[in-house]
Design a protein around this ligand. Structure first.
Ligand code: NAD
Length: 323
């Protein structure tokens, strides 16, 4: 008989609540812990879980894996403790707040042969999965440019910049299409009141084979836009996550010809099956614990995303922008 997995959730805030629900529905939620015991109490009561503190969870041999959904600044310490205690680990994005920390965790996971996955959620969104499949099948020819806009008047974090909170999602998606690191990064930024780094950025990434990307992230924008478009030599695919499922993924067959004329054709909706990306992501984590195969967004993938976030930070420093 297969062993039943036990997963502990660390951090029961706004996002952690959703993780708890999914892990419970998947039958693997063993314990939850939050520094604010009022929040963990609510979940413990709801799912009738035994109450343990962090040390007890880390020492409990029954616990196979930890899901870390606490603030970014705590990710490194908690993941380090979990790996040292031989647990597999899922860390919510951003992986870490420095490249050094990310490298340390990645090395330790490799040395200990542990699963270390990072919550680059949109890789598990059916619209993005379909988009990648269509690109691979040549639907839009060769991808030339990727435009990623992520704006909202949303959570303004005080311990990390918008790069680590919002751009991380888009960088992960861009790298999965580019299949290489950028050779050139150029950044413009806006600083309203976050002392840690920018509140809005506009980044150009250039890749060795001619692909370029424009990433715009802003958490102080009065309107919400979550749009990820890939423009190819034979058309474009547009993933708009603010739209209902029937309109989330559009195919625009229009393109600019080599003679700079426009070949127009009507836009089509691409049918996709609805999913809850967080559910699919946590299923990937659970499956990797069973199969011992690396998940899609493992620490090696996350390290590449961290390298690009570091390149962006360094570009801001080089240009002496307040960071
Ligand atoms: N993938 C996504 O789309 C997505 C969406 C939202 C948030 N997130 C990520 O999830 C994480 C949590 O975000 P949130 O919005 O839920 O934040 P939040 O502030 O609402 O919740 C964080 C919780 O962690 C607790 N906490 C703080 N330090 C802790 C510690 N050392 N040990 C245990 N608990 C601790 C806090 O008490 C709080 O309840 C962040 O990394 C964030 O970037 C990811």
């Amino acid at each position: 008989m297969k062993k039943k997995l036990t997963i502990a959730l660390i951090g029961c805030g706004n996002w952690g609540k959703n993780i708890a629900r999914n892990l419970h529905e998947l039958g693997v939620l063993g314990y939850v812990y939050d520094l604010n015991s009022k929040l963990s109490d609510i979940i413990n009561f709801k799912y009738k879980l035994p109450v343990l503190d962090l040390k007890e969870i880390l020492n409990d041999k029954k616990v196979d894996g930890l899901v870390i959904a606490s603030p970014a600044i705590t990710h490194k310490y908690l993941a380090l403790e979990a790996l040292k205690n031989n647990k597999d680990v899922f860390i919510e994005k951003p992986f870490c707040l420095s490249l050094n920390d990310a490298k340390k965790l990645s090395e330790l996971a490799t040395k200990k042969n542990k699963i270390l996955m990072v919550g680059h959620l949109l890789n598990y969104h059916n619209a993005f999965i379909k988009m990648k499949e269509l690109i691979k099948n040549g639907k839009i020819g060769t991808p030339k440019n990727i435009r990623a806009n992520r704006f909202a008047l949303g959570t303004v974090r005080s311990e990390e910049s918008v790069i680590y909170d919002l751009s991380a999602h888009d960088i992960s998606m861009i790298l999965s299409i580019a299949e290489e690191l950028p050779i050139y990064v150029n950044v413009h930024s806006i600083h309203h009141n976050n002392n840690i780094g920018p509140d809005a950025i506009s980044v150009k990434l250039s890749f060795s084979k001619g692909l370029t990307s424009l990433v715009n992230s802003d958490w102080m924008c009065p309107y919400k836009e979550h749009k990820f478009s890939v423009i190819g030599t034979k058309g474009s695919l547009i993933f708009d996550d603010t739209k209902p499922w029937s309109e989330k993924l559009l195919y625009d067959p229009s393109f600019v010809t080599s003679k700079n004329t426009i070949k127009n054709a009507p836009i089509k909706r691409i049918k996709i099956q609805e999913n809850e990306p967080l559910r699919s992501e946590l299923e990937e984590f659970i499956n990797s614990l069973v199969s011992r195969k690396s998940p899609l967004t493992d620490h090696k993938e996350a390290l590449k995303v961290q390298i690009v976030m570091d390149m962006i930070d360094k570009n801001l420093k080089k240009n002496k922008v307040r960071i």
